[in-house]
Every structure is written in structure tokens, then in C-alpha cells.
Ligand binder design. Sequence first.
Ligand SMILES: Nc1ncnc2c1ncn2[C@@H]1O[C@H](COP(=O)(O)OP(=O)(O)OP(=O)(O)O)[C@@H](O)[C@H]1O
Ligand SMILES: [Mg+2]
Length: 204
Amino acid sequence: MTFITVEGIEGCGKSTLIAGLKERLRARPVETIVTREPGGTPVGDAMREIFLKPGLEIAPLTEALLINAARAQHVVDLIDPALARGALVLCDRFVDSTLAYQGYGRGIDLAFLQEICDTATGGLVPDLTFVLDLPVPISRERIASRDGGARDRMEREDPGFYERVRRGFLDLAERSPIYHVLDATKPPEELIAQAYRLLTGVLV
Ligand SMILES: Nc1ncnc2c1ncn2[C@@H]1O[C@H](COP(=O)(O)OP(=O)(O)OP(=O)(O)O)[C@@H](O)[C@H]1O
Ligand SMILES: [Mg+2]
């Protein structure tokens, strides 16, 4: 019954960290579910396609509502049932990404966003959140060298947008002790070991 989220800008290493944690957790007698936002369910994946489609001009409010529509389905269909049966859920992005991107990045009021998010999640909050902090230029380099450099809609924003989003994540991480900011320039193995130590600390 542990809910862990991993946050940070594009290419900071979220998927790499989650894969490493999942591998290490195999040694433990606990069901581990890996999921992501937007997505995680057939409805959410269909919305993810719209969300990331290059060339679509999506208004900031539409973006915020769309991501939370997908989230509501994700929580009801997948996350809540998994937690209820005692699984450990590792989620690639969650509410903090909405606050960082649509709030700090696009300028939507944070209190308003938090309300929509709370409605979508039914008040579910993570037990632990890792924020992978990476300078924007390094994130750009990593994206460029991955998958032949193909970029989705969110990866086409200007560097100033990502600077605001990065600052946003760091700001959010100050709010509560559930957050752990990790230096994402460290080698993957080091990050996985550090995160795993923190994660096992919250497992009951
Ligand atoms: N700690 C690290 N040091 C150096 N390179 C890394 C590190 N972690 C991941 N990478 C590499 O950087 C690229 C992006 O990593 P990854 O896909 O895990 O990031 P992400 O945060 O999941 O990105 P996205 O937000 O686009 O899903 C990959 O090519 C990956 O191999
Ligand atoms: Mg990823």
C-alpha cells in the first residue's frame, strides 16, 4: 500500500529510475505496479495521444482539464485498486507535473489547479516523491540523443518554459518531507541505489 511518484522535466531519467527500482523490488515479496501519466489505462492512453500529438494547439486550461480527466480514470481504474490490494505503485509523473507544467510553466493559478487535481485524485497523495533535478540544457541533449531525436508536443517548448517547470518542481519539493530531490546528473546506478534506500525506508 505504498504510492511512489517520480517527477522532473523531460529526459531527466524518470523511466530509467523506475525501471531500476522495479528490478530491485523483485527481490521483495510485494506486488509492484509501474504506471505513468498521462496514461496508465486504455482511456488515459487515448488521451495521452492527444496530449502529446505534435502540431495540436491545446489551450492551457484544456491541457489542465485533459490531464486531470485522464488522471481521474487512472486513479479509479488502476491506482486505487492496486493500493487497496496491498501493491506498491510506482508512477511516472502525477499531480506535481500538472502544477509544474500547467502552473509554473503555463501560468495557470496554482490553487485552482490544486483543486482540480484533488478532485481527480479523490485526495490521493503519494507516500514518497522523487524529483529528478537536471539543468535544462542537459535535458535537451538527452532528448536529442534519444529515439533519433523525435520530439513530442511537450518536448517542443522553448527552454524558458522548461526553466520555469524545473524551478516549479524544486519549489513544490519544499512543501513537504515526502519529497526527495535527487541530482539527476549522477550516474543511473547511483540514483537507483539512493532512491531504493529512501523507498525501503517508507515500506511497512
Ligand atoms: N542518470 C543518468 N545519466 C545519464 N543519462 C541518463 C541518466 N538517466 C537516464 N539517462 C538517459 O537519458 C535519456 C532520458 O532518460 P529517460 O527516458 O529515463 O528520462 P525520462 O525522464 O523518462 O524522459 P521523458 O520525460 O521524456 O519520459 C535516456 O537516453 C537515458 O538513457
Ligand atoms: Mg520517461
